[in-house]
Design a protein around this ligand. Structure first.
Ligand code: ZN
Length: 204
């Protein structure tokens, strides 16, 4: 889908990553490492240590699954709404933030204006999700790799919008061209879709 290298940017930080053997939480360890691995913190089962997976590998897999899901027309509308809600939330936080700063001296107006422009630009980008001529898997991959990469929290929010939790299991690595990795169990959220369409999931 994309041959750019996925950066480790902790996109699963807002999600529960769980050990599929003892159901304890998993965390990227060692903390602060350049290339951490998700490890079971509970280790209550023989197989727990075998469920360890490099964070980069897991992120890359989840990113591909998310991009594939986003490319489905049925998901696009719900996704657009989810993204717009995120931006609206950010905008209202920003408005409060700006009000607070207005009350303070010494915050450069250009700095506030720059942040405001940034959010409006993002909102314009999101509007393109609704443009059928623009919306394509290629465009999404581009957006994910470049635009969203500039704001890692956006990827985190997206991942948290797609899954309730992710489980990792011990097992052999998949073939290089395999679409799915049986060691990763993705628990998809179903979108609250007013049109009654199908939400994410059902891909396996
Ligand atoms: Zn475990």
């Amino acid at each position: 889908m994309s041959d750019s290298v996925q950066q480790w940017d902790d996109i699963l930080a807002d999600l529960l990553v769980e050990c599929g053997h003892c159901h304890g939480p998993m965390s990227p360890l060692p903390a602060g490492a350049a290339e951490p691995a998700y490890e079971c913190l509970q280790k209550a089962h023989d197989k727990c240590t075998q469920a360890t997976m490099p964070a980069l590998e897991l992120e890359d897999y989840v990113a591909h699954q998310v991009l594939g899901e986003m490319a489905k027309p049925a998901v696009a509308d719900a996704l657009t709404q989810a993204l717009l809600t995120m931006v609206e939330t950010d905008l209202s936080t920003l408005t409060e933030d700006l009000a607070t700063r207005d009350a303070l001296d010494g915050v450069p107006a250009e700095q506030i204006e720059a942040r405001r422009r940034e959010l409006h630009a993002e909102r314009r980008t999101l509007n393109r999700f609704m443009d059928e001529d623009t919306f394509s898997p290629r465009w999404l991959a581009e957006w994910w790799d470049h635009r969203a990469a500039e704001a890692p929290h956006r990827k985190r929010q997206l991942c948290a919008s797609f899954f309730t939790r992710i489980e990792l299991l011990a097992g052999p690595a998949p073939e290089p061209d395999a679409l799915y990795d049986d060691r990763v169990v993705l628990h998809w959220k179903t979108w609250d879709d007013p049109a009654g369409g199908t939400g994410p999931g059902g891909t396996q």
